[in-house]
Write a protein that binds this ligand. Structure first.
Ligand code: 0YR
Ligand code: MG
Length: 370
């Protein structure tokens, strides 16, 4: 499995309803910024990171893939995923200018492509390669009905619709004003009844004081978790909040390294662990986080299950993973998409990681990489 080439690519895919917003971002497209790794015998693996489709930024990632990572891979044996991960992640030249950020996002794309290649070559879906199926079903929760840009009445309507479609969990965005968000939370809880799990996601916007006020008002609504209440790296703040409220704290989609997670574990600042293979150094590094979380008896809820469908494979294979987010923007772009049936992600059947783009997506959404 000698690597012949590593080619970057960029797709910009529209989000549901042309525009969505959380507390910090308003976007029209999701960026699928990736790498195609091809071996000398013609096998191809695909991996990608996720962005907010800012083309100049995306092109920094493709440039990093092409000019920094790719030359270290050509001629190597694609089977040696862990060794190649170390070669790229601990590359002294690159480490000097970025132990996290664009270098990591680029590494994620390549690592996922290597795992995809390995599973494809073995003729098995990735979950099998990662150790086999440890659970019958992976529960999905729907975030796509809960954006801050959705008006109050439509929010309640969407929440009801998701429950009618079979979802047993939903998540709504918060982080606008505490009073407005509490009103929306109460209205949604009333509409969906007590059985459906209801999480909230602040996307790192609020201060500790805002979070404490919100939590006092929200406890009566039986909140499943409060995600990214505070700024992403604020270990001390999350630890304070975790001690002060009964609502579990969830975070991790913005963390780049296993070391960053370790700090939250050590300080008891996190209850739900949310790594993302497309932001950290790929599957290789997220597996480290899953193992560590498991050792701390903390459940893992990997970030989005279809914007990063590799998480479906991971969740079927790793005992720490419990639930998975559903945001369906890009799933139609892949030959083996993540599908939700009766509120659960279907067990992937095709060999690989489910990351091969369709020719249709290639034609419709492709952008220049330089
Ligand atoms: C939009 N999921 C998230 C989207 C989403 C973000 O900014 O990227 O809301 O990834 O927080 O849990
Ligand atoms: Mg989130």
């Amino acid at each position: 499995m000698k690597i012949k080439s590593v080619q970057p690519f960029i797709l910009h895919v529209p989000v549901t309803g042309s525009q969505i917003a959380d507390s910090t971002h308003s976007i029209t497209h999701w960026g699928v910024v990736g790498a195609q790794v091809e071996t000398e015998d013609g096998l191809k693996g695909y991996g990608f990171t996720g962005t907010h489709a800012h083309l100049p930024g995306d092109q920094l990632i493709t440039r990093c893939i092409e000019t920094c990572h790719a030359p270290l891979l050509v001629g190597e044996d694609a089977n040696d995923v862990h060794r190649l991960w170390l070669k790229l992640a601990r590359n002294p030249a690159l480490q000097w200018i970025g132990r996290a950020g664009i270098t990591t996002l680029s590494l994620a794309a390549i690592d996922i492509a290597l795992w995809d290649l390995k599973a494809t070559a073995a003729g098995v879906p990735l979950w099998k390669l990662l150790g086999g199926q440890v659970r019958q079903k992976v529960r999905a929760y729907n975030t796509d009905i809960g954006w801050l840009s959705i008006a109050d009445d439509k929010l309640v309507e969407g929440a009801r619709r998701a429950v009618d479609e079979g979802f047993t969990g939903i998540k709504i965005k918060v982080g606008s004003s505490v009073d407005r968000d509490l009103r929306r939370l109460e209205a949604v809880r009333k509409a969906i009844g007590p059985e459906v799990t209801l999480a909230v996601d602040g996307n790192g916007k609020w201060s500790l004081a805002d979070c404490l006020r919100f939590c006092r008002g929200a406890e009566a609504s039986d909140v499943f978790w409060f995600e990214e209440p505070l700024w992403y790296d604020d270990v001390k703040g999350h630890a304070q909040l975790a001690r002060a409220t009964r609502i579990p704290v969830a975070l991790g989609e913005q963390l780049y390294t296993a070391d960053a997670f370790s700090e939250f574990f050590a300080q008891q600042a996190i209850h739900w662990v949310q790594p993302d293979v497309t932001r950290m150094g790929g599957i290789t590094e997220v597996l480290q986080v899953c193992e560590a979380a498991h050792a701390f008896r903390l459940p893992v809820a990997p970030h989005a299950g279809d914007m990063s469908q590799v998480h479906v494979h991971l969740s079927y294979a790793h005992p720490a993973c419990e639930v998975l987010e559903y945001i369906p923007w890009i799933k139609a772009c892949f030959t083996d998409p993540a599908e939700v049936v009766d509120g659960h992600f279907a067990l992937p059947q095709e060999p690989g990681a489910g990351t091969t783009p369709t020719s249709d997506a290639w034609q419709k959404y492709r952008q220049a990489t330089a």
